[in-house]
Design a protein around this ligand. Structure first.
Ligand code: FAD
Length: 422
């Protein structure tokens, strides 16, 4: 049945090159925008085209849990056709250029499409190749190098920790921004707890490119205590630049001096970059992110272009939780300007959330907005590690994502949105 709907979508795409709404990227952000536009009755699916080359939709927040031995990788992947709204038009060739003056999109296969309103939601690319040698060791099943930033290497991390018999574990964190800035340290605490439970002696070292354990002082204090309690050695301003056989090479960010560190297990996190087509299309800020107003999500130059999620210039931590807060505001503003001729409302204050596993049964829920200002939903549970928040993250969030977000019925911390409209 679903397949039939999908075929109908593809049939449309052959005849029709113009749609009212074009969404580039069918990840968390693109999917959520499409679903809410339809659920709220603002657009019919046949007037929405989604550009998405991947066959599988990924629930990336689950990959930390996979690497941490808490979750099955198969629960983090679903075929695109099962999650994209029925009857939207799908183009599976990646977008390589946008011509904003002519409202035109060009795809890799040479096709051109036009739109009235465009949403740019292509996330960020994990650039493993910026770390010399990383790809080779990640791909080698016999090498003790893994990463939760890819579903394949997240499963490898789970296996490596399961099989670890003692020695030195090294974890790295690259320069920000990355998606889920807390994930590189969540995997440190999860791995520590698994080894502790098995009685394995481990010497854990966490190398961060930045100078702080976390950017929000209240949570930084709790996390510094966690590291001390677990005897995790933190090294700051150290960037991983190369991997060799059982050796990680770090560059000191002040002196540029290189340091070789021996390891028995290395978990690395790749630097992350926005798609090059954004800057090449004249839509990027200085760093290449889609340049939108931080409160309205409207492009600073083109009034019919919008962006959210990881590829946007929004100066907040890049998370799915942030996407949940951004989507209803983007949809509301897109409809106000397009259908009602009104100005967009400056409603987004930068809300984001980072649920930080501190063990295999506890979690610190960090919630904040622009300028690292606290913006907490459950303050009494957020001053320290909590078991309740652990289960919220491990079991409830994935459930809300797969059963409600994909239908446009999940508003993040605003809860279910059964009767909402923009
Ligand atoms: C290990 C890990 C742990 C995380 N933990 C959490 C967490 O605990 N909580 C949380 O809230 N968030 C977490 N996140 C972050 C969250 O997954 C992202 O912020 C979220 O997926 C961003 O959504 P997005 O749509 O912007 O990007 P994505 O979900 O990455 O989607 C982008 C889509 O665009 C497509 N695309 C790319 N280029 C093109 C192109 N040229 N043309 C067409 N399509 C294209 C891609 O194929 C992809 O499907 C985590 C992420 C990772 C990797």
């Amino acid at each position: 049945m679903i397949k039939l709907h999908y075929l109908r979508g593809y049939a449309f795409s052959v005849r029709q090159v113009h749609t009212q709404v074009a969404i580039v990227g069918g990840g968390t952000a693109g999917l959520n925008v499409a679903a809410q536009l339809i659920a709220d009755g603002h657009a019919i699916p046949q007037q929405i085209r989604i550009f998405e080359p991947m066959k599988m939709h990924t629930y990336q927040p689950g990959w930390t849990m996979v690497g941490g031995g808490l979750y099955d990788i198969n629960k983090t992947l679903k075929p695109m056709e099962k999650v994209l709204p029925k009857n939207v038009i799908v183009s599976d060739s990646p977008v390589i250029r946008i011509n904003p003056e002519q409202n035109q999109i060009q795809t890799f296969d040479g096709e051109k499409y036009t739109y009235d309103q465009l949403v740019v939601a292509t996330g960020v690319r994990t650039d493993f190749d910026q770390i010399k040698g990383a790809r080779k060791y990640l791909e080698d099943p016999n090498s003790p190098v893994a990463s939760i930033y890819h579903f394949k290497y997240a499963s490898k991390m789970n296996r490596l920790v399961d099989e670890f018999e003692g020695g030195k574990l090294v974890f790295s964190e690259p320069q920000m921004p990355i998606k889920c800035g807390g994930a590189p340290q969540k995997i440190v605490y999860l791995s520590h707890d698994r080894l502790r439970k098995r009685g394995i002696k481990s010497d854990i070292h966490f190398y961060k490119t930045s100078a702080l354990i976390f950017g929000v002082p209240k949570y930084a204090e709790v996390l510094a205590d966690v590291c001390q309690r677990k005897q995790i050695n933190c090294h700051f301003k150290q960037k991983l630049v190369e991997v060799q056989d059982h050796i990680a090479i770090f560059e000191n960010q002040d002196t540029k001096e290189l340091q070789s560190v021996q390891f028995d297990l290395l978990h690395l996190v790749p630097p992350q970059v926005p798609g090059k087509y954004i800057a090449a299309s004249g839509l990027g800020d200085a760093a290449g992110y889609c340049n939108v107003h931080p409160a309205t999500l409207q492009h600073v130059k083109y009034k019919n272009i919008w962006s959210l999620g990881d590829c946007s210039s929004l100066p907040t931590s890049k998370t799915a939780a942030a996407v949940m807060a951004q989507t209803p505001i983007l949809v509301k503003n897109l409809i106000r300007t397009w259908k009602k001729g009104l100005e967009p409302l400056p409603e987004y204050e930068g809300y984001t959330s980072c649920p930080i596993f501190t063990s295999q049964s506890t979690l610190l829920l960090a919630e904040f907005k622009y300028n690292s200002e606290l913006d907490e939903t459950f303050p009494i549970f957020q001053s320290n590690e909590s078991r309740l928040m652990f289960y919220l993250k491990k079991d409830f969030f994935p459930f809300a994502y797969w059963y409600f977000m994909v239908k446009g019925l999940w508003g993040g911390r605003d809860g279910f949105r059964f009767f909402k409209g923009a």
